[in-house]
Design a protein around this ligand. Structure first.
Ligand SMILES: C[S@@+](CC[C@H](N)C(=O)[O-])C[C@H]1O[C@@H](n2cnc3c(N)ncnc32)[C@H](O)[C@@H]1O
Length: 261
């Protein structure tokens, strides 16, 4: 398909991204709301938040919608997803800043427009980092937070290697949810997600970025040696966080971890 100079409907793209994800993860937005409840309970009404691996900005958008005095910095290394976030959140004006950066690279924090944050949040983004990089990232996040600031990581984190048999139970629960019709199989989700990219592929300014993305996707392999949940918690404690805990746990993988500086 040859890219045309046409403007996708950016807000619609973010809405479609949300509804697609709800199908495979029915509690996703309840979980996001819960994360926002935690922010409301622990931060002043005027706060700054950093969203790591924001994608098209679903979590960042919810923060600025719910907290009219909050400002967010959204970061991602993928220019096409970040473009959707930037355009879809344009109505929020200067309260939203987007920065293209790779948080696995040393010194990434120097590209941020702010030096300190009340909150660092992230959803479905850090699972691809190998152990050593996760520990380094946690130390950087700690350094970016104000005293009393919070880090919230919502991700597919491996529950616990020690609990034999429970993993199989979770797999059966997932199958039951698919049979009962409130969750779609992962393959169906991935097929629909492919279709989600179509309007972006027709947008000429993103042509090169998407070609690069496709090349990387072809050779991408999941990293070896990612953390399980207990290791995440101890790595956060070693990074200096004074309180660390699992505040949401859903089946064997969807967790929200809270760490307070
Ligand atoms: C599965 S998407 C999640 C998007 C969004 N946070 C959500 O919950 O829907 C993961 C995002 O993390 C970004 N990402 C992964 N590794 C990254 C890195 N090292 N630096 C910056 N962004 C990264 C990807 O480009 C992608 O947009």
């Amino acid at each position: 398909m040859s890219p045309l100079r046409f403007e996708p409907d950016w807000s619609r793209l973010l809405e479609d991204f949300d509804s697609l994800h709800r199908k495979v993860d029915p509690l996703r937005f309840l979980r996001f709301d819960f994360m926002l409840d935690l922010l409301e309970a622990s931060l002043p009404p005027t706060f700054t938040a950093l969203d790591l691996g924001t994608g098209p900005g679903p979590l960042g958008k919810r923060i600025v919608e719910r907290f009219p005095r909050a400002r967010v910095v959204l970061v991602d290394h993928d220019p096409s997803l970040l473009k959707v976030a930037e355009e879809a959140l344009r109505p929020f004006g200067r309260r939203v800043r987007t920065v293209k950066l790779d948080y696995s690279k040393k010194g990434w924090e120097r590209s941020l427009p702010l030096r300190r944050f009340h909150a660092v949040v992230t959803s479905l983004a850090l699972h691809d980092l190998p152990r050593s990089q996760t520990s380094t990232l946690y130390r950087t996040i700690y350094s970016l937070l104000r005293l009393g600031g919070v880090f919230l990581n919502s991700d597919g984190i491996l529950w616990d290697r020690g609990k034999h048999g429970v993993g199989g139970l979770f797999d059966r629960v997932r199958t039951i949810q698919i049979e009962r019709g409130y969750r779609v199989p992962r393959e169906a989700f991935l097929r629909e997600l492919e279709g989600w990219w179509r309007p972006l592929r027709r947008y000429a300014p993103l042509k090169e970025a998407l070609e690069r993305r496709d090349r990387v996707a072809k050779t991408w392999r999941p990293p070896k040696g990612v953390f399980d949940l207990p290791s995440h918690l101890s790595s956060l404690r070693r990074s200096g966080f004074r309180e660390v805990g699992v505040v949401w746990q859903q089946l064997g993988s969807s967790s929200v971890v809270l760490a307070v500086k």
